[in-house]
Write a protein that binds this ligand. Structure first.
Ligand code: C2E
Ligand code: MG
Ligand code: MG
Ligand code: MG
Length: 298
């Protein structure tokens, strides 16, 4: 990717090349510094897992949540995961960090379950980078921990991206099967944004498709996005998968997704990702609410 940038800068002329090169140096320097800091971030307690509620369209209740990593950098404040996860992947720190996120999520779902007797299908999903499968034994770490911790695997799901399924990495099929055999569900994240060489949907056993927020954003105004979202739901259902829509920000989007038959929704309309204590307060309040009789379709 860096090579590509260099190449296109070269093509546009000598001056551009120099300018671009300096920018790249700065970027590389910043990355290096972030990489160094990230090494100690876990030990220094700067990493934190936030949780974003996922709502069941039929009951209107919070039944799931996604674990989303945050880094409170002492100088730069909150560093978004899109900035530091790639660095963690390059340096293999992702193995250690990923295992830690999983332990945090397991602990949180246990606390969520302890809040009330009505545990239903509560589940927290954890994002896993391809590297955690291809270069580490991420699946085994999870299974071992679940068993040692005595947590029902139904309460945990793993989010992966298309890239992992397309790479044709040896062993990936078996690793995913191992997770499912252990009772852990699998979500395919950001669906529709990759190469969408959908043949893999037949080969891999997956439980949920997550419609990427890029299709949800203009759902109310763009007939093309609406067609895509509806088609994803139909296809998923025909394949026996359930659908979670990401990035739902308006009532209108919610109504359209519910109408299309989407099972779960997640987005700022309901709640932003939040620290664990706020999340537990949120789900506790949600459980006290009377059952929804009129859904978005009524
Ligand atoms: P993702 O897994 O697709 O997560 C959804 C992203 O959408 C999150 O961004 C979330 O905050 C954001 N989001 C949710 N609802 C809305 C909405 O209504 N509007 C808008 N504009 N955004 C919304 P976030 O937390 O910045 O995470 C970015 C990405 O970083 C994640 O995308 C995931 O790929 C990665 N990531 C986060 N935590 C982890 C982790 O623990 N491990 C790994 N490997 N990747 C992680
Ligand atoms: Mg995700
Ligand atoms: Mg996503
Ligand atoms: Mg994403």
């Amino acid at each position: 990717c860096a090579d590509q940038a260099m190449y296109s800068a070269k093509k546009t002329g000598r001056n551009n090349f120099c300018f671009f090169n300096r920018q790249m140096l700065e970027l590389a320097h910043q990355r290096m510094q972030l990489g160094n800091d990230l090494h100690d971030a876990l030990g220094k307690g700067q990493l934190e897992v936030f949780y974003q509620p996922i709502i069941d369209v039929v009951s209107g209740r919070v039944v799931k949540a996604e674990a989303l990593l945050r880094w409170r950098h002492p100088e730069w404040g909150m560093v978004p995961p899109d900035r530091f996860i790639p660095i963690a992947e390059e340096t293999d720190l992702i193995q250690e960090i990923g295992a830690w996120v999983f332990r945090e999520a397991a602990d949180t779902v246990k606390r969520w379950n302890a809040l009330s007797a009505n545990q239903g299908q509560r589940q927290i999903s954890v994002n896993m980078s391809p590297r955690q499968f291809t270069r580490g034994r991420g699946e085994q770490i999870i299974i071992n921990y679940m068993q040692a911790y005595g947590l029902d695997p139904a309460h945990i799901a793993v989010e992966i991206t298309e890239g992992l399924l397309l790479d044709n990495c040896p062993g990936v099929t078996q690793k995913l099967e191992k997770l499912r055999a252990a009772g852990i569900e699998i979500s395919l994240d950001d669906f529709g944004t990759g190469y969408s060489a959908m043949a893999y949907l037949k080969r891999f056993n997956i439980d949920y498709l997550k419609i990427d927020q890029s299709f949800v954003r203009d759902l109310e105004t763009d007939p093309g996005d609406r067609a895509i979202a509806e088609a994803i739901v139909v296809m998923a259902h025909r394949l026996g998968l359930k659908v979670i829509a990401e990035g739902v920000e308006t009532e209108g989007q919610y109504a359209l997704l519910a109408e299309a038959g989407c099972e779960y929704v997640q987005g700022y309309l309901f709640a932003k990702p939040m620290p664990v204590e706020a999340f537990l307060a949120f789900v506790n309040a949600d459980a006290q609410k009377p059952a929804v009789i009129e859904g978005p379709l009524a």
